[in-house]
Design a protein. Structure first.
Length: 94
């Protein structure tokens, strides 16, 4: 049995990996937020907006990012500048 949106999660994880790779190469930064990824519009919106919440755990489990103790203000207007975690890109996994 597969969950609704599991196809989207697989696709989103692959796109996030590409996003992190490009961000690491082009801007020489190892920091990223999922808010930045979502705002980039490189990934279509999921069937339900709550699906975004599963992506960090999967990306961390895949080794693409690791949690940091840092937070930043969300940049998307609909996020109302809430605090979002800053993740460290793990280039050896990309």
């Amino acid at each position: 049995m597969t969950r609704t949106g599991s196809g989207w999660l697989d696709m989103a994880l692959a796109k996030f990996k590409s996003f992190c790779t490009l961000r690491y190469i082009e801007s020489a930064t190892s920091a990223v937020t999922f808010d930045q990824f979502r705002a980039s519009q490189e990934c279509p919106e999921p069937p339900h907006h709550n699906a975004w919440g599963a992506l960090p755990k999967l990306a961390c489990k895949a080794g693409y990012v690791a949690a940091t103790d840092e937070y930043a203000k969300a940049s998307r207007p609909e996020s109302h500048a809430r605090r979002v975690r800053v993740w460290a890109i793990q280039p050896e996994a990309l």
